[in-house]
Design a protein around this ligand. Structure first.
Ligand code: AMP
Ligand code: ZN
Length: 494
């Protein structure tokens, strides 16, 4: 299938039109996407990663279809929450947010999130933020208050509320915006700039602006980073469902207020992850991070599979049973990968069904993904392929080299989008490096014991124990087990 054929047919649910629509970028050679990224006030949890993996899936799928994608995900390193937390910790914003930034980037890489085109940090865009506020003031869309704050005047923006479809008279009272009480005219107006308070100064979150010292509002930050890094009109703006109101509604008002152009042609929102049937929240104490799961020995590929297993608009409930099923799915894929690549070939082998199986798999996979990224059906297509290839190989002790190569190519192609093998193979490499190292140490210990150097032998046992490796000596030699489930255990040695 050529790129032109592939690039059509994708449909996505647009929150703005409330319909599943064909995806038609302004310029297929540069699809411009902005996704709201993490707020660096604490560790990102697996719910955030459901959303980031949804971004990754869309990013990979658009690239697979032949689009050139310019995908920007921001980092929120200044807002109410980061300031409050930095203040409580007695650190500057930079110092406070640095470890969370490092952790979220590391975890994204471990889960196989492909690098995005840019990661703008809010604190590096203060200058253009001040310019945008200035333009809003000049256009009469915003007003300043005596404490140096600036508010967007929503009575000047008739389209306000179109994205969320909210009744605005009641909407704003209950939301995250309640905190934005800096002397505004109307409860529905929102802060684009917040006059500096003592706590802002203390953490280095205050900048001079013509109307007064202060800091940008959270919604303004995303408008400016999107306009600066992607352009005046985005093909897609992404985020979790909680951001529709007020965050994205406010982004539209500010951006369209200054450009007088459509800010984003299509808005796509991912549904929140639930944990054991409940909303994940700090107050319920059910926050889980990717690191927590990896420390339990769950492999990154398993976590990736689980968080991607449901289409972005459907409920995904994170459970232990679900993780076990994902671990099995990854094992079956890795086993197929090995089997297929090493299956014997012969020039005179009779033809098999493999070419038909391949054509059908790509077709079914693509139609599922085109249908509003129906990833669960796409994964089912992959497993349908797996079962049929296994049966074809069972029936054919030898296959034609070209047929085997085609099947390998299909497996790799679908994995370009799903990334399960990509991430699964990495853990196996780590496993095999670990295995080599452990076995080398066990040999050294056996030599030390043969020399009756008990102190050296004990030191090696301890060195291994510190890495979570337990040794068991028996008549058949020394067996070892690892407390990391990413290494198959137990394993015999000697
Ligand atoms: P935050 O760090 O809270 O600014 O969120 C970063 C991204 O994760 C945003 O797009 C949120 O909408 C999204 N998000 C937050 N909580 C969840 C959740 N439980 N499930 C899925 N996505 C979430
Ligand atoms: Zn945002």
């Amino acid at each position: 299938m050529n790129v032109a054929e592939r690039s059509t047919n994708l449909c996505l649910y647009n929150t703005l039109s409330r319909r599943v629509e064909p995806f038609r970028p302004i310029d297929p050679d540069r699809v411009g996407i902005y996704g709201c990224g993490p707020t660096l006030y604490g560790p990102a949890h697996i719910g955030n990663f459901r959303t980031f993996l949804f971004y990754d899936l869309l990013h990979r799928y658009l690239s697979w279809k032949g689009f050139r994608v310019h995908f920007v995900m921001n980092l929120t390193d200044v807002d109410d929450k980061t300031i409050r937390a930095a203040r409580a910790a007695g650190l500057s914003l930079r110092e406070y947010t640095a470890p969370y930034l490092e952790a979220v980037m590391d975890e994204a890489e471990l889960l196989g999130v492909r690098p995005f085109s840019a990661y703008p940090r809010a604190t590096e865009y203060i200058e253009p933020m001040i310019e945008l506020v200035q333009r809003l003031l000049e256009r009469g869309l915003a007003y300043s208050t005596p404490d140096g704050s600036v508010f967007f005047d929503i009575s000047e923006f008739p389209d306000y509320g179109r994205l969320s479809g909210r009744d605005l008279d009641e909407a704003r009272q209950s939301e995250r915006v309640v905190e934005d009480d800096y002397g505004k005219d109307d409860a529905r107006d929102f802060a684009v700039w917040k006059g500096a308070k003592e706590e802002d100064e203390a953490v280095g979150a205050a900048w001079d602006a013509p109307w007064g010292r202060g800091r940008p509002g959270w919604h303004l930050e995303c408008s400016v980073m999107a306009l600066s890094e992607v352009g005046e009109t985005l093909d897609l703006h992404l985020g979790g469902e909680d951001l529709i109101f007020p965050h994205h509604e406010d982004e539209i008002a500010q951006s369209e207020g200054v450009t007088s152009r459509t800010f984003a042609r299509c808005w796509v929102h991912a549904k929140h992850l639930r944990v054991d049937g409940r909303k994940m929240s700090k107050s319920l104490g059910n926050i889980l991070t990717v690191r927590d799961l990896l420390e339990e020995g769950i492999s990154p590929a398993t976590v990736r599979h689980q968080l991607l297993s449901a289409q972005y608009r459907t409920e995904l409930n994170f459970t232990r049973e679900g993780l076990e099923a994902s671990a099995k799915a990854i094992q079956r894929l890795l086993a197929l990968d090995d089997r297929l690549r090493s299956h014997p070939v012969a020039q005179d082998a009779p033809g098999t069904d493999l070419p038909d199986i391949c054509a059908q798999a790509t077709e079914t996979f693509q139609s599922a993904m085109d249908e509003d990224l129906n990833v669960s059906s796409a994964i089912a297509a992959l497993f349908g392929f797996l079962n049929k290839v296994n049966s074809a190989l069972d029936a054919a002790p030898r296959v034609l080299q070209s047929e085997r190569a085609e099947a390998v190519a299909v497996l790799d192609s679908l994995d370009q989008v799903l990334g399960f093998l990509e991430v699964g193979r990495r853990s196996r490499e780590v496993d095999s490096e670990l295995r080599e190292w452990v076995e080398g140490r066990i040999e050294a210990r056996a030599r030390a014991r043969a020399d009756r150097n008990w102190a050296a032998a004990d030191a090696i046992r301890e060195e291994l124990a510190n890495r979570g490796i337990t040794l068991e000596d028996g008549p058949a030699g020394t067996r070892w087990t690892s407390d990391s489930a990413s290494v198959d255990t137990p394993r015999a040695q000697g």
